[in-house]
Write a protein that binds this ligand. Structure first.
Ligand SMILES: Nc1nc2c(ncn2[C@@H]2O[C@H](COP(=O)(O)OP(=O)(O)OP(=O)(O)O)[C@@H](O)[C@H]2O)c(=O)[nH]1
Ligand SMILES: [Mg+2]
Length: 207
């Protein structure tokens, strides 16, 4: 595989916001994805962005990840939602309330973006199986209902699923962007065609 380094000073190709209730492990997941390390200490996040380059399907992609605060007053900030190309919605499998909040949040995202947003639903802390309050089936069912991808993860144990969350989301975003670009191209080609037809009609009418 060839590796291409791209400037991190340039605008990102994909912007991702990680959302979810406080303490579900958003920061721990991001840090695990970026550095393969786990943070035990709990330090509530205000807001932090990371730029990271990945080689995905032979293509270098510069992604920007926004780690948000789980506190209620900031969780639904519309500026962040508009900024993003896609979302990672995190709940903890031992925290029923965080699961319910994730469902409500996805509906809010769709409303703000006026579309069905690209999204991954993530049930984190699967290492705490003995404390489980949300089953895998319930997670899958909610993801289906919300049209999201679904993963269960453990930021503490690590594992490939964590990278898969971000990689699958990037793939979804890329697919959507390419469909939108084709749609735009088609509509601008159609506009040129319409102008041309109008000109021909005018010429036809005046002769
Ligand atoms: N056992 C276990 N603990 C985890 C896991 N992920 C995170 N934690 C712990 O849960 C606590 C909260 O994790 P954070 O990543 O800070 O949570 P957060 O969602 O970023 O919280 P806010 O920044 O307040 O919104 C920390 O003590 C982490 O060590 C996990 O997969 N398993
Ligand atoms: Mg945090």
């Amino acid at each position: 595989m060839t590796s291409v380094t791209i400037s991190k000073g340039r605008p990102p190709d994909c912007k991702i916001v990680v959302l979810g209730n406080s303490g579900v492990g958003k920061s721990a997941l991001i840090v695990r994805f970026l550095t393969n390390r786990f943070i035990w200490e709990y330090d509530p996040t205000l807001e932090r962005t990371y730029k990271h380059q990945v080689q995905l399907d032979e293509e270098p992609i510069l992604m920007e990840i926004l780690d948000t605060a789980g506190q209620e007053e900031t969780i639904q900030q519309e500026g962040n939602i508009r900024w993003a190309d896609g979302f990672v919605l995190v709940y903890a499998i031992n925290d029923r309330q965080s699961f319910e909040a994730a469902g409500t949040l996805k509906q809010h995202l769709d409303q703000v973006k006026k579309t069905n947003v690209q999204c991954m639903l993530v049930g984190n802390k699967v290492d705490l199986l003995h404390e489980r309050r949300v089953t895998t089936n319930e997670g899958e069912a909610l993801a289906l209902e919300l049209s999201c991808g679904f993963f269960e993860t453990s930021a503490s144990d690590g594992g490939e699923e964590i990278s898969e969350v971000f990689h699958e989301l990037l793939r979804d975003i890329k697919r959507r962007k390419s469909v939108e670009t084709k749609g735009r191209r088609r509509s601008s080609a159609q506009q040129v065609k319409n102008v041309f037809n109008r000109m021909l009609n005018k010429i036809g009418n005046s002769s």
